[in-house]
Design a protein around this ligand. Structure first.
Ligand code: IPM
Ligand code: MG
Length: 364
């Protein structure tokens, strides 16, 4: 029996459908090449789901995701939903999906593609050779902590959230970070604000205890989040694995994305304990360029590659997709976000066609 997998496909909002179409074509092509079968189960999510049933994460979408081998999500969100109550907004659907699938570990790798080195707003000598990964805790911290809300206090309005972690929530994400460090260059930098926050003091204690008990071979360092933000643009090569809480990782991963030239290049994987993983670009739905064939589909295609590698164990197929992206960039084809002198500007669909050609040309 040939291997076969079911992919839940959530194209979401804005540029989502355009980049999803490209990723799907490439997944189909690469599965043929490598002798496995993919079936796609397209489901509404985010604003697209609000339009059909008034909720950003319909129960049927969550059920389809749970029944899949892996979930590929493009992007969600649009300014038209900004005035809805928080629980009805597209972003709440994404948080509910992460929580519903138990995806506590978010992996956001940042590598520099040589052809793009001059697309970064940072100098070549700062970013050359950068190869880091942000390991972000994804189902806890201030995103999910209670109590939260808004109250009237003697005529003033007070709004609040709670940044909280249980010791075991810190341990499980720290383990993911340490294990990854072992497979990479053996260095883990844990990010916190232990000089100010109680929750960060616990974070640091647990990371240190785990290091001492089980991962003494990994070189551990700690940075306060403000310093980490500065070090990321000052000397990003110092980092191998960056371990962060939910909010700090959200902020630092957008910053780290810019090292690579464009946030349009970065994929991510969100994993839990067994069960399907969720794979998505770290960029948003870019409503300003939606439906204009201007989107860069590469982060989506690279997310599909992470899905193949980490979600399905199809390493060779994953490597082929990554090679196709590198080839198209090396040949000078660019979407608007990466455009540079001497390169050829193409739209989303045309980049998709070039990626398919490049895939055919990659040695099987
Ligand atoms: C991300 C995004 C999300 C987050 C939003 C869309 C809820 O910014 O994946 O980084 O804050 O986690
Ligand atoms: Mg973010």
């Amino acid at each position: 029996m040939a291997r076969s997998y079911r992919i839940a496909l959530l194209s979401g909002d804005g540029i989502g459908p355009e980049i999803t179409a490209v990723a799907r074509q490439l997944l189909e092509a690469v599965s043929l090449r490598h002798g496995f079968a993919l079936s796609f189960d397209a489901q509404p999510m985010g604003g697209a789901a609000i339009e059909v049933c008034g909720e950003p994460l319909p129960a049927s979408t969550l059920a389809a995701c749970r029944a899949s081998d892996a979930v590929l999500l493009a992007a969600i969100g649009s300014p038209q939903y900004d005035t809805l109550p928080r629980e009805k907004r597209p972003e709440s659907g994404l948080l509910a999906l992460r929580a519903g699938l138990g995806l506590f570990a978010n992996l956001r790798p940042v590598t520099i593609i040589p052809a793009l080195i001059d697309a970064s707003s940072l100098k070549r000598e700062v970013i050359e050779g950068v190869d880091l990964i942000v390991v972000r805790e994804l189902t806890g911290g201030v995103y999910f902590g209670t109590p939260k809300g808004r109250v009237d206090v003697e005529g003033r309005v007070r709004a609040f959230n709670t940044m909280a972690y249980f010791d075991d929530e810190i341990d499980r994400i720290a383990r993911v970070g340490f294990e990854l460090a072992r497979q990479r260059r053996g260095r883990l930098c844990s990010v916190d604000k232990a000089n100010v926050l109680d929750v960060s003091q616990l974070w640091r204690e647990r990371v240190e205890a785990l290091h001492a008990s089980s991962y003494a071979d990994v070189e551990l360092s700690h940075q306060y989040v403000d310093n980490a933000a500065m070090q990321l643009v000052r000397n990003p090569r110092q980092f191998d694995v960056l371990l962060t809480s939910n909010l700090f990782g959200d902020i630092l991963s957008d910053e780290a994305a810019m090292l690579s030239g464009s946030i349009g290049m970065l994929p991510s994987a969100s994993l839990g304990e067994g069960g399907p993983g969720l794979f998505e670009p770290i960029h948003g739905s870019a409503p300003d360029i939606a439906n204009q064939d201007k989107a860069n589909p590469m982060a989506m295609v690279l997310s599909a590659a992470m899905l193949l590698r980490l979600g399905l164990g199809e390493e060779a197929a994953a490597a082929d997709l990554e090679a196709a992206v590198a080839r198209v960039l090396a040949a000078g084809y660019r979407t608007g976000d990466l455009m540079a002198a001497g390169c050829t500007l193409l739209g989303c669909q045309a980049i998709g066609a070039k990626l398919l050609e490049a895939l055919e040309a990659v040695e099987a």
